[in-house]
Ligand binder design. Sequence first.
Ligand code: NFS
Length: 675
Amino acid sequence: MAEEKIKAVRPAKAKKLADPIAASIDIASQEMIARAQTLGVETIFDRAMNMKPCNIGVQGICCKNCSMGPCRLPLPKGGIEGEDTRKGLCGATANTIAARNFVRMIAAGAAAHSDHGRSVAEVFLSAARKETDDYQIKDVEKLLAVAPHLGVATTVEVDGEVLDRDIDEIALEFAEKALAEWGKPEGELLYAKRAPEALYKKWKEAGVVPRNIDREIVELMHRTHMGVDQDYKNLMKQGTRAAIGDGWGGSMLATDQQDIMFGTPYPLHAEANIGVMKEDHVNVVIHGHEPVLSEMIVAAAQTDEMINYAKSKGANGIQLSGLCCTANEILQRHGIPPAGNFLQQELVIVTGACDAMVVDVQCVMQNLANVAKCFHTKLITTHPIAKMEQENVIHIEFDEHHALEDAKRILKLAIDNFQNRDAEIMIPKHKSTQIAGFGVESIKYHLGGTFRGDYYTLNDNIINGRIRGGAGVVGCNNARQQHNNGCIAMIKELIKNDVIVLTTGCNAIACSTEGLLTPESAAVHCGAGLAEVCDTVGIPPVLHLGSCVDNSRILLALTEMVKAGGLGNDISELPAAGSAPEWMSEKAISIGHYFVVSGVYTVFGGMLPTTGAPVFQDYLFKEFENKFGGMWDMVDDPIAHAHAIIAHIDKKRKALGIDKARERVMMDFAARQAL
Ligand code: NFS
């Protein structure tokens, strides 16, 4: 019966199949790719074999912003000699076209993060108004810490005496002011002032401080309409404004309000990979991005009502797991294990044990519906802005006013489906353990001194050379590359060279499945200096800081390092870099750009859609450094990618005059070894 259904989905003409080992470095994924092929279930790995990317699109020089095109401006063989005469029908140059495409990616990425942030802000306002019992202010300390950044007072003066202000009042004012950041008619993004003073000043002088979050995205769409902004530098100026509105606005507000409502993460222990699914349990996989949904499913799954209901249907319990950034959200706050990252979403269903996959927004492949059709899996969409056309997809809209009830309805559907499993169950044995849940606050605790509750100890270890520098390694997987290889090979090279890594998103999940998120991995993979620090403080060499909106935590960690002193006055002076080795989404471009304009040298793997417009690319890769201190780069080979970062870190160490200290540490180690 299941076999019959499976055959119906396979395309009539035999197509090329991916080699599972070439497709992923993860054994669990390799097993599931092979199983899918045996069952005739098509996955992204096979599709990538049969459809090659468009060579002109990849270079960023195809314009389809009006119906006279698409105008394609391929680079002449052997490059451009003399004047670049390429132009579209309207006369748009390669620079204009590539820049327009690039900033539209920023617009889409910033919109995705910021709309997520807005959803959180709306739920936060409901909670502050006490319109819902399902969401509350959980982390009062965090609320008090961030309230002043929106100009919300935490104390009141009564008869000359300073008293603590009522928490409900603070929460309500914070909620209203936060939501206003998306569309206020005047003023500027309030969180921009959380950046180091020197950086804020640079932004101010360049005229790129966002007015509000939404407006900068709308203006990008206007400017890139046919016949508006036709100067790549001016386009990038607005791209910069929108990207700052993402990193220091929509994303940062999302992180803060999620922490206040659901708790600020602190390090915890968990498992990872497809092997976390359990054959004798109802398996519910939560996929997408907004913790507003996943938090409620976690809460509902822990009720006796749901557990007993699962038992009444013959299961031993409910096993929750996550995919993509939602996985990181429920991991960092509850220790719920991730079943995989972006490229593993179809594979989780191929186990035959996924009773329901619940999705909300972003990074959800439409082909999930086709894979689910081959098994008993119920695929449930929950967000009004993200539905699927396939008939087997169930839509249960999630509303914050009866969130727990909605979550229970979803779980019941999954539990009722447990008895409908029709394929043989094959859950890979592979899973690993990890410590996740780091954040600005917990790094302070772990790496801050006992007497100085700040980042001084971290800085101290960088100054004395034990830690060479830091890298924020983030972003997606990409089916054009071997799954997880770019990220893992690159990070191993970094930590071998004493570079501590902060990670988020799908990269963090890759690190967890490869065992890099344990303190013990330091002794195996790190250089002597970093290994010593990890051993002394008991941390992994790669710190998991959460989901993609939590890249804002990396911005604030860098800001804390500047404040702690000894490493210059701005983020751009730190021996630090950013990286997305396996990027694929528009969000990654927005993230990359807010890293760059925050002063971070940022390297992407694969291809950037800039290569077809060399002048524009030079502007991003070279000239940007003169503006805010950070610049873009592209290096595909993982080892070369790591060494580009290391070279930048060494350049910064030299500028700070701390390069000699590192040489001494290295000699110390050699001397120790000789002994
Ligand atoms: Ni971020 Fe990429 Fe998606 Fe998360 Fe994963 S693909 S840019 S890491 S899940 S958002």
